[in-house]
Design a binder for this molecule. Structure first.
Ligand code: SF4
Length: 366
C-alpha cells in the first residue's frame, strides 16, 4: 500500500546510513544510496531526473519517500541579483501553506535566508511575518529542501559573473522564530553540516532569534553556530513592545545567556537593531545600547526598516542612522549599517510574508 506524503520520510532530511538501510530492504546494493544522495545534494529531488538509477528504484523512491517536500510556486528577481522564492508545502497536514526563502549574492559569497515556520507567533509589531500569525512548524526536510531547491535553480540559471552563484552561507532569518521550532531546526543544522550531505561549516551558519533563552542554551550546547539576536532596543519597556518575548526573557536574562554562549576564536554574536524613527533611535536608546553591548564578543548590525503595506512605523533617516552608528563606534563598538537587499521584491529583512491568496493556485496534494 502506498503511504501518504504526511507519513513518509523526506529525502532532504535523510542521511547516508538511513538511505543505505532503506535500499537494503529493497534488495538494492549499498552504492545506490550514495547515488541517490549525490543527486539530492545537487538539488535534484525528482526520482525521474536521477538518470543512473533503475526505473524500479525510482518507483520505490516515489512510493516510499517524500522526495519533494516543497513545490516552487514563484521566483522573483531583484535588480541587485537577489532572488526570492515562494514555495508551497506538499505534506498533507500543511497543504497549501506558503513559505519564502531568499538568495542574496555578493561578489565572494552567496547566502541563503531560510524560513523555519509558516508565519510566527511572536507578533513583533515592525515585522511583516509577525502580522501573519502562526500557521505551522516546518520539518527538517522542508528547511533543507529550501536550500536544495535554490541550489538547483542557481545551477540551472546562474547569476552574472560578478555575483556568486554558489551557496556559501546559510542564515535562519526568513519566516518564523527558529528557536520556537528547535527540534526541526537543530536537526536541519546537523543535516547542513553532514559530511555526506551539504557539508557546510558551522561557521557559515547563523541562527537569528528574538531571544528564547532555554533554546539558545540548547543550541549552544549542541551546535554552537553563529548567533544573531533581534535586539531592537536595550530598554526593557521599549523592547517589551518591539520584541514581546522580552516580557518573558528580560534584557538581564538575555545578557547572562549571551555571556555564556560559546563563540570560539575570531567570532562574535550579532545584535540586530532595526532603526525606527522616533521609537528606538533617540539619545536614550543609543546610550542604553552602549551599556548593553559587550564589545569584546558582540557587534551591532543596524538595519534600515523596510516598510510593508500597513506597517505602523517609519524608518530612521539614512543621516540619523549614520549618526547612531558613529556614536556606537566612538565607544569602541563594532557597528555596521546593513545594506538592504531585494527590497524591490519585498525580500528584505522583516518583509517576508507569503501571500497565500495571491498564490492560491498552488497544486499541493499530499
Ligand atoms: S521578528 Fe522574528 S520573532 Fe518577531 S514576529 Fe518577526 S519572525 Fe517572529
Amino acid at each position: 500500500m502506498r503511504r501518504m506524503n504526511s507519513d513518509k520520510r523526506q529525502l532532504p532530511a535523510m542521511k547516508l546510513d538511513e538511505l543505505q538501510a532503506l535500499v537494503a530492504t529493497w534488495k538494492q546494493p549499498k552504492f545506490r544510496a550514495r547515488q541517490i544522495l549525490d543527486w539530492r545534494n545537487k538539488g535534484v529531488l525528482s526520482p525521474d531526473a536521477m538518470k543512473n538509477i533503475s526505473s524500479d528504484l525510482r518507483q520505490k523512491l516515489k512510493d516510499e519517500i517524500c522526495c519533494e517536500p516543497l513545490k516552487l510556486i514563484r521566483r522573483e528577481c531583484s535588480v541587485d541579483g537577489t532572488r526570492k522564492y515562494v514555495f508551497a508545502l506538499t505534506r498533507m497536514r500543511a497543504a497549501g501553506k506558503m513559505i519564502e526563502s531568499v538568495f542574496i549574492p555578493e561578489e565572494k559569497r552567496g547566502t541563503v535566508c531560510i524560513s523555519s515556520q509558516v508565519g510566527c507567533v511572536f507578533d513583533c509589531p515592525f515585522c511583516h511575518t509577525g502580522t501573519q500569525g502562526f500557521e505551522a512548524n516546518l520539518t527538517a526536510g522542508e528547511i533543507i529542501a529550501q536550500v536544495l531547491a535554490i541550489k538547483a535553480d542557481l545551477h540551472a540559471e546562474p547569476l552574472p559573473d560578478e555575483l556568486h552563484s554558489d551557496i556559501t552561507h546559510i542564515v535562519y532569518m526568513g519566516m518564523g522564530e527558529p528557536m520556537a521550532n528547535e527540534d526541526a531546526v537543530l536537526s536541519s543544522i546537523g543535516l547542513l553540516m553532514d559530511k555526506d550531505g551539504l557539508n557546510i561549516s558551522r561557521r557559515r551558519i547563523t541562527v537569528s532569534t528574538s531571544g528564547l533563552i532555554p533554546q539558545i542554551q540548547r543550541l549552544g550546547a549542541v551546535y554552537p553556530v553563529n548567533l544573531a539576536i533581534s535586539l531592537h532596543s536595550a530598554i526593557d519597556d521599549k523592547r517589551d513592545t518591539l520584541v514581546p518575548i522580552n516580557r518573558k526573557y528580560s534584557l538581564q536574562a538575555l545578557r547572562a545567556c549571551l555571556n555564556a554562549y560559546s563563540i570560539g576564536k575570531q567570532r562574535h554574536i550579532t545584535l540586530e537593531y532595526v532603526l525606527l524613527d522616533q521609537t528606538n533611535d533617540q539619545d536614550e536608546d543609543v546610550q542604553a545600547l552602549i551599556r548593553f553591548v559587550n564589545p569584546e564578543r558582540e557587534r551591532v548590525n543596524l538595519i534600515q526598516f523596510n516598510p510593508y503595506p500597513g506597517s505602523p512605523y517609519a524608518g530612521t533617516s539614512k543621516q540619523n542612522m549614520k549618526v547612531f552608528a558613529q556614536w556606537l563606534i566612538s565607544k569602541g563598538i563594532r557597528a555596521t549599517v546593513r545594506r538592504s537587499r531585494g527590497d524591490d521584491i519585498m525580500a528584505a529583512c522583516g518583509q517576508l510574508k507569503a501571500d497565500t491568496k495571491a498564490d492560491s493556485n498552488a497544486d499541493t496534494k499530499g
